[in-house]
Design a protein around this ligand. Sequence first.
Ligand code: SF4
Ligand code: SF4
Length: 363
Amino acid sequence: MKKVNPDIDFIRKVKKESGSDLKNCMQCGNCTVVCSLAGENHVFPRKQMIMAGWGMKNELISDPYIWQCHQCGDCSKYCPRDVKPLDVMSSLRSQCIEYFAVPGILVKWMKKPSLTFLTLIIPALIILVVLWANKSFDKMQLPVNYSAFLPHILLNSIFTGFTLISFFLLFLSVKNYTKHFKKEFRVQKNEISSYKLFIETLIDFLKHKNFSNCTTNQYRKTAHLMIFYGFTTLILLTIYAIYAVKIGDYPLNYYHPIKIIGNLGGLSILCGIVILLVKRLNKKDINSSFFDYSFLVSVFLLVITGYVTEILRFSNHISGYHWYFIHLVLMWYVVIFLPYTKFAHFIYRLNAIFLIRKYKIND
Ligand code: SF4
Ligand code: SF4
């Protein structure tokens, strides 16, 4: 039998982040009865609620099942003691990201309103230094020309370079998570080929199939799909823009088909974000944290500043340069700091679903 080593700080943190009084859980199992993810031998989320109350940090932060939760809220609704399993699962996921992130301090900054400004000041300073070295402030002239202000070669090298470093650090974080998971759960490999399982997982992930199980909050699937495919469109557009620069076909006109597709991608993200924000603000029974809101708001502002920058270029207004700078800082925050915000959920969820399929887990 496994020895329990209660981590008191962990219990306090879960309580603080979730607003849940864990010791009120009387282990009735109502949450498991209503949760569509629970199985005959899989008492989710009741088991996790008991473990959270016991402070079993190591087991919980590497538990892949917490990533399957699609936040329908039924468990919290039917909990007779108002222990809020949904918010506890949410806190466990954010603690998982904080624990495995490299470096974890960035997640701590992202979670605290008083420290988040540091995650904006760092990119702002780096971009300002580049602009100063390029004598860009002398080039803030009409007609508006962002490529003269910040040449593509500089823009692409900086953002591509830092994004590659950041994604490598994300890879290390997920690798640490997987190692921790294997150690904690003493798993056995399935017979089925990993390649086949990965492709299946990827297809389900692209369809956001785990959200389909949720009959209560179908809007979440729609909103997530809109954000995911909106971003995918913008990534493809960025790749095309790099190519267009090479062939001298940049900047694109507002009626260029690629530009129109990019703008529709941005619109899709905006709609998804607005749906999630409005639903969150209206759901008084869900404990939304600064970590939740800061991600949604930053993506919202990223898209809005993108549109404003574009409009000011076409209308040839000098303030376009200032908005462009703000847009770049937000781009850094959302894309390069992806491993440290709620954006990382996409990757952890994909990995967790794959691990559940690949290994026989002793529940
Ligand atoms: S429904 Fe509430 S009280 Fe019952 S086991 Fe779940 S969390 Fe505990
Ligand atoms: S929020 Fe829904 S999916 Fe998540 S644990 Fe509760 S009942 Fe299950």
